[in-house]
Write a protein that binds this ligand. Structure first.
Ligand code: NAP
Ligand code: G3P
Length: 502
């Protein structure tokens, strides 16, 4: 038995994975498990527990019971534990990456990078613990108050944080919630995406070995459609940090009542390409932005808006490069692999067909075999086509030709999403002016849209999110100020007279 399998053997029986609470790995009393199949070859990767509402109650109660002890564990100790976890994540990156590749069809090297990126987040979160420093304010800043009134503000945890991640980055986008939640002194209940739950469940072993006490970190597995509503409306959950589709985000917001919410949702990031853009840099950014992990990234380039002076050359070059992408097995690091489900493939195909029916030109792709869709470039897409607005989440890039920067701004802003925008040009003054007009969280100038580096603020407007992520921002969002006001009495005042020096 290899060392990794020995370390992880506690969390499973054969291919049946358990859920983790109070430092123990458990089988659900439901007797039901959910099979997880490799989207590339349909082989069974493993099965996860379908937790019941009673188990949800118990797990949340375990997390609640352990808030006080974890909150009073020194911040430095909590940070040290995260750093130990980072070391373990790095040590096990190859094993976890392979598992992730099998679960969600991500090319092996990218899957390993996702694991290592999470270790980086754990380390950086530990180092960002001074985001928890408070401040002291004297009353006499405001007219009518004296310095005998003084507020001492420090940051305290919110309580039990529910962390829900998406299938496309199941390890990284649960890890980026768990680390700030823990360093801020919260206890955590993680509900991983079903496709991705095996890899994410390994946080149980990692965090326990790093020194997280029982009950502080817990997992719940089960379909969101079955236990999601129960979980998010649970009265002992104090905050929800969620990444996933805008549709699920809206549902959670309805069910969660007054709980604080931190949401990273869908996107329709548009790349505005002006006539003077450097062609090859722009082509590289579009190819990598639109097609890496088959376009299944919130921050994928999902529309290109080129000006007339560059449109023909750009479409031609992007189609040429798209045709060179390798197709097939994620284990062999092919550029394009399987989409997460055949249902999602059907949806992507529906968008392609709708565009073709309405007059879009196919420059390459539009071919499907099983769950693989060939990289597809659609030119002359118009505003009446669904793909101009809907999030394709697949390897298809629509070109909507524009006649002016103003038109590009209008089309960008008409979207219900507002994650990121891109401008490709050598005219930085104009780029900056356009950037100010775009109704998005972030504008990239001469680069593809991207969440990372993970210490940058990351946010979406409109249907793309709520609140701000990014390491120090997440720590702030997962804690709150606690204010103690000192009202000093005249009695203890030192009597001394200040005399102005002449
Ligand atoms: P999803 O279908 O919305 O699922 C996301 C998570 O929510 C999964 O863990 C899912 O569990 C759970 N869930 C489903 N229904 C729920 C409910 N009623 N209550 C609570 N949880 C529920 O999204 P996805 O398909 O995994 O991910 C793709 C989407 O995420 C895309 O729209 C993408 O743009 C977005 N995304 C955004 C960001 C960002 O940072 N802005 C990053 C990555 C992805 P199950 O798996 O069990 O259904
Ligand atoms: O889908 C979201 C995401 O977290 C990808 O990260 O940095 O490659 O945009 P990044």
């Amino acid at each position: 038995m290899s060392k990794e399998i020995e370390d992880f053997s506690v969390m499973k029986d054969g291919l049946e994975y358990k859920y983790y609470t109070m430092g123990e790995w458990k089988v659900s009393t439901s007797g039901n498990t959910i099979p997880i199949y490799n989207p590339y070859n349909d082989k069974l990767v493993g099965e996860v527990q379908a937790c019941t509402p009673e188990e949800v109650d118990q797990i949340i109660s375990n997390a609640k019971d352990n808030i006080e002890c974890w909150e009073t564990t020194p911040i430095k100790e909590r940070a040290d534990i995260l750093q130990k976890a980072a070391k373990l994540i790095n040590r096990w990156a190859d094993y976890l990456g392979k598992l992730l590749m099998q679960e969600n069809g991500k090319p092996l090297n990218s899957a390993i990078s996702e694991i290592k990126r999470t270790a980086l987040i754990f380390n950086a979160t530990a180092e960002s613990r001074d985001s928890l420093i408070g401040k002291t304010i004297m009353g006499d800043i405001l007219e009518g108050y004296s310095r005998e009134k003084m507020s001492i503000t420090y940051r305290v945890p919110l309580g039990v944080i529910l962390c829900i991640g998406p299938f496309n980055y199941p390890f990284n986008l649960t890890g980026s919630k768990i680390a700030p939640a823990l360093v801020a002194g919260n206890t955590v209940v993680m509900k991983p995406p079903t496709e991705g739950s095996i890899t994410a469940s390994h946080f149980g072993v990692i965090l326990e070995k790093a020194g997280v006490p029982p009950g502080v970190f817990n997992t719940i597995t089960g379909r969101g459609s079955e236990i999601g509503d129960y979980l998010v409306s649970h009265s002992d959950i104090n905050m929800i940090s969620f990444t996933g589709s805008s549709q699920t985000g809206k549902r959670i917001a309805e069910k969660a009542e007054m709980k604080p919410l931190l949401f990273e949702l869908g996107g329709k990031d548009a790349a505005i390409v002006l006539d003077d853009a450097i062609l090859e840099n722009t082509v590289d950014a579009i190819i990598s932005g639109a097609f890496s992990y088959n376009g299944q990234r919130c921050t994928a380039v999902k529309r290109v808006l080129p000006m007339p002076g560059i449109a023909d050359r750009l479409v031609k070059r992007v189609a040429e490069e798209a045709k060179k992408l390798t197709i097939g097995d994620p284990a062999q690091n092919k550029d394009i692999g399987p989409i997460i489900s055949s249902k999602q493939c059907d949806y992507i195909q529906e968008l392609i067909n709708d565009a073709i029916d309405k007059g879009a030109e196919v420059k390459c792709g539009n071919k499907r075999k099983g769950n693989i869709i060939w990289p597809t470039v659609l030119d002359k897409v118009t505003e009446d086509m669904r793909i101009a607005w809907e999030e394709q989440f697949g390897p298809v890039i629509p070109f909507i030709r524009i006649k002016s920067a103003q038109e590009a701004i209008e089309i960008s802003n008409k979207s219900k999403y507002g994650l990121q925008g891109m401008i490709f040009t050598e005219n930085l003054d104009l780029a900056f002016n356009i950037a100010q007009e775009l109704e998005v969280g972030t504008v990239q100038i001469n680069g593809k849209s991207s969440r990372g580096p993970d210490h940058f603020p990351f946010l979406g407007t409109k249907s793309s999110g709520m609140g701000t992520q990014g390491i120090s921002y997440a720590i702030k969002n997962m804690s709150r100020p606690k204010v103690v006001v000192m009202n000093l009495s005249e009695q203890g005042k030192l009597v001394h007279e200040c005399v102005w020096k002449e």
